[in-house]
Design a protein. Structure first.
Lengths: 116, 109
């Protein structure tokens, strides 16, 4: 089976535009996570999905950020009115059940976002 | 906020030498994981060690965990140029991973 895939690989946008980032998790994985890695920084958690619901959105940096997941599979992270500080690599991961602290999370290749 | 701090921040070694990276964390954990990242892109899972384990091996990788000191180390033996990457430790906080700041490893041919 395929791993986690993300699209686009790279996105360049102008400040103020909206962007959508897509994640296809491993088939059958019920848990899905979004992380962000700013230049030279570690990874920070953004949001966690269990099925189609998001019990934890605590890492979303502002109300310009939103995410949804449909059919228990594909997820889309949307950033509205992008700012230069949104430039980062956005990484998606999935795991089988999301059981606390007991599973490996498998990461996609990431989307590199550059806001000019 | 980051849970872990990694040491060193950067490491340069000759091919064939061993590389050791250390990770410290702050709160109690269920497990600790190590990931590798090439060229600032996707993370590759290397190894998971549970809180009741002290040492784990996988190929050329050896991970130790000392929960009393809240620290872990990753040893890569007989390094290769292809091991050049950034290495991150990650601890679990419920379902989400909290990553350390990473160690950039350069293996010179």
């Amino acid at each position: 089976g395929a791993g986690v895939s993300q699209s686009p690989s790279n996105k360049v946008t102008e400040k103020g535009k909206d962007v959508e980032l897509r994640c296809d998790p491993i088939s059958g994985h019920t848990a899905l996570y979004w992380y962000r890695q700013s230049l030279g920084q570690g990874l920070e958690f953004l949001i966690y999905f269990q099925g189609n619901s998001a019990p934890d959105k605590s890492g979303l940096p502002s109300d310009r950020f939103s995410a949804e997941r449909t059919g228990g599979s594909v997820s889309t992270l949307t950033i509205q009115r992008t700012q230069q500080e949104d430039s980062a690599v956005y990484l998606c991961a999935s795991s089988l059940t999301g059981t606390s602290g007991k599973e490996t999370q498998y990461f996609g290749p990431g989307t590199r976002l550059l806001v000019l | 906020s980051q849970q872990g701090e990694e040491d060193p921040q950067a490491l340069s070694i000759q091919e064939g030498e061993n590389a050791t990276m250390n990770c410290s964390y702050k709160t109690s954990i269920n497990n600790l994981q190590w990931y590798r990242q090439n060229s600032g892109r996707g993370l590759v899972h290397l190894i998971l060690i549970r809180s009741n384990e002290r040492e784990k091996h996988s190929g050329r990788l050896r991970v130790t965990l000392d929960t009393s000191k809240k620290s872990s180390s990753l040893l890569i033996t007989a390094s290769r140029a292809a091991d050049t990457a950034s290495y991150f430790c990650a601890t679990d906080s419920s379902y989400k991973l909290i990553f350390g700041s990473g160690t950039r490893l350069l293996v010179r041919p």
